[in-house]
Design a protein around this ligand. Structure first.
Ligand SMILES: [Zn+2]
Ligand SMILES: [Zn+2]
Length: 119
């Protein structure tokens, strides 16, 4: 019995170590791949402040780590928090709300007005 538990502990520990290693791996890779600039507020980072720069997964799947970095985005910790808050907000909305919002938005309405004023 004790033998089995320690075996399980080992497996869990190994899985945790692997996850940490992987997380460290993609962060290092992303920092090598991209300029140290926040993708939202364009704040620039250096070796002293890079701890505030985080790797965001565009599809929100932390296990999806393509080597070309296509699923990664470097965001400062503030914008990163915002990005995730946004997803939490929109998750509460229904699809109908979103469809209605885009249906009532007419990008040409303003353009027409401006054109009229010009002539
Ligand atoms: Zn930012
Ligand atoms: Zn993220």
């Amino acid at each position: 019995m004790t033998k089995d538990t320690s075996k399980l502990d080992k497996v869990v520990l190994q899985a945790r170590l692997n996850a940490e290693k992987r997380a460290k791996g993609y962060r290092e890779q992303a920092l090598k791949l991209f300029p140290w600039v926040c993708g939202r507020c364009a704040r620039a980072f250096d070796h002293k402040t890079v701890q505030l720069l985080e790797v965001h997964h565009k599809n929100h799947n932390h296990d999806d780590n393509p080597a070309d970095g296509s699923n990664w985005e470097l965001l400062c910790t503030y914008c990163h928090e915002n990005e995730h808050a946004k997803v939490r907000d929109s998750a509460g909305r229904t699809d109908r709300d979103n469809a209605m919002a885009s249906a009532t938005f007419n990008p040409f309405a303003d353009l027409k007005e401006r054109f009229k004023n010009k002539t």
